[in-house]
Unconditional design. Sequence first.
Length: 163
Amino acid sequence: MTDYDIRPPGRKCSATGADLVPGAICHSVLVEREGKLVRLDFSEAGWTGQPEGTLGSWKCIVPAPASTRREPLDAAALLRCFEQLVEEGLPEREGLRYVLALLLVKKRRLRIEGSRTSADGDYLQLSGLQGEGAWEVRDLNPTDAEVDQWQQELNAHLASEWH
C-alpha cells in the first residue's frame, strides 16, 4: 500500500478563483499533472463535475483557518529588553522604549512614579515593582500609526534578540 501526502484544501476555487469559505462544501479531486499528483478544490458554484483524468474525488467541508497561537510574553525577559534599550540610549529606539515601558506598566512589572517636563518634552518616571532601577522615558504622545509601527519593530526586536 502506498501513502500519499495530500495537502489540505486550498483557499481558492480552482474553477472560479473565488475564496473557499470556511464551513462551505468543497469538492476536491486528485489529478496527475506532469507526473505529480495535484489536488484541485472547487466551490459548489464552481463544481461542474470531475475534470478529465481525475484519479479520485471527494466532498469535504472547508475548515476554519488555523489560529496561530502566540506564546505569552515573559515579563522578566521584557524588562531585561527594556533595560538594554534604556542603556543603549539610541534615539532611533525611543519609540521602542516607550511602547515597551507602557507594556510593562500594563503587565504590572513597572509603575509610573510621576512625570516631569523639561525643554525637550515630557518624561514618564518609572520604577520596577521588585525594586528595579529608576528610569525616565520621554512621553511621546504617538499617533495610532506610530504605535503600530513601534509594536512591529518591538516584535521584530524581541524575535531576533530574545528567542
